[in-house]
Design a binder for this molecule. Structure first.
Ligand SMILES: Nc1ncnc2c1ncn2[C@@H]1O[C@H](COP(=O)(O)OP(=O)(O)OP(=O)(O)O)[C@@H](O)[C@H]1O
Length: 369
């Protein structure tokens, strides 16, 4: 999968100038309201014609203003999923799903109806009308309809924004399966760091119509100063772990990271299961000595790798924990008091609150690590 974008587009007082390349299976477009996310999605989907530039998906040129190329939207083979499912109310779920196929020439139909229904877990809904579905079920049907049109790219513009937390939690595992098994690259617009930390393999951060940063999700999320101001406290490391055991007496689960064993409240997972943890920078404190007499269960030895430019009173300190990259958000004062400098050995104390269920997600296959 590859998505190459280098476009300029003016609308009213706003100018979008977006240049990035993504090879991720799920690229999240992230940025504050008005930063240009929807404009960018619309340019990729062919709903607007950029004033200048080039868009290429999997090597296929969709837009190249210099060469006069503009593939119209119905020829792009791009699936769209909007915030609200936009299903046809008078059709059953089965008919809604099949509707997606009508626009794909018969000889290009590859997606199997049964496989898509199975992937999204909607087999029991096929005879129902949209009005009888929950918000999460409607979105799964909308995704199924888009997939059955055999798109070469799926654009999702805040598909979960109208759902409450419980419905989001219900749909995340399906989006993860879609990302890992669906075979169709996805571009997802999202406002939520928790959501992109869970789903994204690559992230493009937009601010005032410009790309502030783009790259692999784990790298971008490490750097609070790349995120919009209100989200900086959400920055942190993504760490891949494996269930190493359970403690039945205290109801705990042991997770093996590169740097050591982490202890979390009991998880309903088998031994050996892989888990991606998000360790927020603000949930990590540093000590020069191995901690004693602390209620926090998790402390790992680490080496200071780099100290970021200060951002107000706060500073991000990058750590190497036996090969796992972590980041701790400290005050400038603490950095000075502890005498932190690259190469210094420290202990990273991870407050156990960082391991809430919501922070746990299924690990993507090894090729993304
Ligand atoms: N048709 C238009 N004419 C003039 N300005 C527009 C038009 N459409 C959007 N804009 C402006 O372009 C800017 C970017 O809008 P866009 O919808 O792409 O942002 P966004 O990042 O998707 O925001 P949100 O998260 O609120 O959906 C905004 O300032 C918006 O007011």
């Amino acid at each position: 999968m590859s998505l190459d974008v280098d476009i300029r587009h003016g609308q009213g007082d706003f100018t979008l100038h977006a240049a990035f390349r993504s090879e991720g299976r799920l690229t999240a477009l992230f940025g504050p309201s008005g930063s240009g996310k929807t404009t960018l999605v619309n340019a990729i989907g062919g709903l607007i014609r950029p004033s200048e530039g080039r868009i290429e998906v999997n090597g296929r040129v969709l837009v190249d203003t210099r060469r006069g190329i503009f593939v119209p939207k119905h020829r792009r083979r791009i699936g769209y999923v909007f915030q609200e499912g936009r299903l046809f109310p008078h059709l059953s779920v089965r008919q809604n799903l099949l509707f997606g196929r009508w626009f794909t020439p018969r000889d290009q139909r590859k997606a199997s109806f049964d496989a898509v229904v199975d992937l999204l877990g909607i087999g029991h809904l096929l005879t129902r009308r949209p009005a009888t579905l929950s918000g999460g079920e409607k979105q799964r049907v909308a995704i199924g309809r888009a997939l059955l049109a055999d798109p070469q790219l799926l654009l999702m513009d805040e598909p979960l924004a109208s759902l409450d937390e419980a419905r989001k939690a219900e749909i995340y595992p399906y989006l993860e399966r879609l990302r890992d098994e669906g075979g169709v690259p996805i571009v997802l617009v999202s406002h939520s760091v928790a959501e992109i930390a869970r789903l994204a393999t690559s992230i493009v951060v937009l601010s005032e119509g410009r790309v502030r940063a783009s790259g692999p999700a784990a790298e971008i999320l490490m750097h609070g100063n790349l995120l919009p101001q209100p989200d900086r406290g959400e920055a942190g490391a993504l760490v891949e772990t494996r269930v190493a055991g359970h403690d039945e007496v205290y109801d705990l689960t042991y997770l093996e990271a590169k740097g050591g064993i982490l202890t979390v409240p009991r998880l309903p997972l088998p031994m050996g299961a892989h888990l991606r943890l998000r360790l927020r920078a603000r949930d990590i404190i540093l000590s020069l000595h191995a901690p004693e007499g602390l209620s926090a269960l998790n402390a790992l030895p680490a080496i200071v790798v780099a100290i970021d430019e200060p951002d107000g009173a706060g500073v991000d300190v990058a750590l190497d924990c036996a090969g796992d990259a972590l980041v701790a958000r400290l005050t400038r004062k603490s950095v000075e008091t502890l005498g932190l400098a690259p190469g210094l050995p420290v202990h990273a104390i991870i407050k156990s609150i960082a391991f809430d269920q919501e922070a746990l997600a299924r690990m993507p296959p090894a090729d993304e690590l």
